[in-house]
Design a protein around this ligand. Sequence first.
Ligand code: FE2
Ligand code: FE2
Length: 206
Amino acid sequence: MKAILNQIVADATVHAKWLNTLSFMENAGARKISACEDPVRTDLLQLKHAAEEHRHAYYLKKQIGKLVVSGFEYYDEDSLLGGKSSIQYLHRLDVKTSRYLKQQFSLSGQYLRYAAYLFVTYAIEVRADELYPIYQDALNEAGSKVMVKSIILEEEGHLEEMVSQLKGFDTEWERHAQKILQIEADLFQDWIAALSKEVSCCDVNN
Ligand SMILES: [Fe+2]
Ligand SMILES: [Fe+2]
């Protein structure tokens, strides 16, 4: 992963595509959180989380301005790295997680949406906590003006918050969370494979 991030950071256009892709994913995550809010029973924690994910999308988009590039106003497929794989990653994770939870808990409607929000967001936070620090290391090594330190701090808080919400949801949450992490890991591998094709980096396990 570090090798591919070094490659990404080394080229301004590829780097801008990467930032746009992260911004797209953060925005998709923020919209998912907002979409599963109950009109009445939405608490401070959920509002904070949605607000911070929206901020990450905005912040990453703003970082593109530090690079000498143009043409990244929107989220057109050709301005993202990984194309369809990036666009569909979160949706695929959501669909597969919902299917698993439906089987395990016989949930439907708003309850299923809430459970999927808990487990999908948990898996994403675990991934974010791994990915952003490696990215920041690559930025430091390259002496880049782009920075994601403020995101790292907030993502750590999110993971703790999701764990406490999951504990309240089910006493056996960890067993189910392991399944969801496995689903996410498979999708992540596909995503990295798609990225590496574009970035001409052959070893995706580094
Ligand atoms: Fe985020
Ligand atoms: Fe987060």
